[in-house]
Design a protein around this ligand. Structure first.
Ligand code: KG4
Ligand code: ZN
Length: 356
């Protein structure tokens, strides 16, 4: 591989099509030259959630125009692309196949090698794209729509899972609770926005596994508690949950958010204590949550722990994190790109399956 090279990254695992170009110069942190994103949220909103077949078809429509946009924005051409990376999994099978197929076709047409990367590794390494990038080693709190994990990270590809959810992910807890409160899809951002208007102590909701002594999470019971509480409030007001006064809904949202955030903060602090590490990296969509950031910042400041986050717009799915993960894997020698152009996707793919 030439000393300086460009990696094009394509993300298509769920409801966002993302494309990005990073430049790798020696051992320095790769540079993001440009990225472009198309969110399908509006299309899926009518159905209250992601419709996989519609997602796949829309990725097909978006991926090449986004690639052109990225090349134009970075002042590069297809000939400048040295490696084509794509999300190999986990995610929706049909959606993943679009990114993998396009990446391999592009690679074959350009006679350039291709590389499939793990979506969660993309999230995990996304804070390296921020203005305040972390340094190894660190504890990582990876909280997305489908996953909640605490990890001890000592380098690229060196991930030791300390704890994870035994049922719903943190993002799922936000999304499902939001749905119960009639806040639609995607629920996390809507619930957290409404929570800012409410009282987090208004309702006493369970903090699952808060005192379990281990680093695992469980959020499935929380949504049931939210539902019971919401129905109680609705009965008291003589109507449906959706018809509750805004102030009550805001209190429910704030109390739900407080329960999720308290567990995430407490377990992260325990992980730091158990590993003796002084650096925390937060990644994944829930990492955009303002209350989570504020509480982690406050608690970590008390303990002289540095906290790093992805840029807000790179918390949820994007192509930049996929290009970055590919570039960092290539740099670290964890993986080589290939010119086979045969591909598979891995809709279910635990992160520890890629560990060296
Ligand atoms: O990482 P991500 O884009 O997708 C997966 O790989 O799963 O995360 C999406 C998740 C959704 O559950 C969404 O509701 C949640 O992140 N999310 C938030 C916020 N923004 C996105 N949850 C809480 N507060 C937010 N501000
Ligand atoms: Zn994601």
């Amino acid at each position: 591989m030439a000393k300086d090279y460009c990696v094009l990254g394509i993300e298509s695992s769920c409801d966002e099509t993302g494309v990005a170009l990073v430049r790798v110069s020696g051992a320095a942190l790769p540079d993001l030259l440009a990225h472009a994103l198309y969110s399908q949220i509006e299309m899926h909103q009518a159905y209250g959630g992601v419709v996989p077949e519609l997602a796949s078809r829309d990725h097909i429509r978006r991926v090449l125009p986004l690639t052109q946009e990225v090349l134009a924005a970075s002042g590069q051409s297809l000939a400048d692309v040295d490696v084509v990376a794509f999300t190999r999994g986990p995610g929706l099978a049909g959606a993943l196949l679009v990114g993998a197929g396009v990446a391999c076709a592009l690679g074959a047409a350009l006679n350039k090698p291709v590389l499939g990367v793990h979506h969660l590794e993309g999230h995990l390494l996304s804070p390296f794209l921020s203005a305040d990038p972390p340094e190894f080693p660190f504890v990582a709190l990876l909280v997305s729509g489908g996953h909640s994990q605490l990890m001890q990270v000592t380098g690229v590809g060196q991930y030791h899972i300390l704890g994870e959810t035994i049922d719903d992910a943190a993002g799922e807890a936000f999304d499902k609770s939001a749905k119960l409160l009639g806040l639609g899809y995607p629920g996390g951002p809507a619930l957290s926005k409404l929570a800012e208007l409410g009282n987090p102590a208004a309702f006493k909701l369970p903090r699952p596994l808060l005192h379990s002594g281990d680093l695992d999470f469980s959020f499935a019971g929380l949504k049931t508690a939210v539902m019971v509480q919401a129905k109680k409030c609705a009965a008291a007001h003589g109507g449906a949950v959706e018809a509750l006064p805004q102030a009550v809904l805001a209190d429910l949202a704030a109390s739900t958010q407080a329960a999720i955030v308290e567990v995430l903060v407490k377990k992260s602090l325990t992980a730091l204590q158990q590993t003796g590490m002084a650096r925390l990296v937060v990644a994944g969509g829930v990492g955009a949550n303002r209350s989570l950031r504020a509480q982690l910042n406050a608690e970590c400041a008390k303990r002289q722990v540095r906290v790093h986050y992805p840029e807000l717009h790179l918390c949820t799915d994007n192509g930049a994190m996929i290009a970055m993960a590919a570039a960092m894997r290539l740099q670290s020698g964890q993986q080589t790109a290939h010119k086979l152009y045969t591909f598979d996707v891995k809709p279910r793919w635990p992160l520890d399956a890629i560990l060296s």
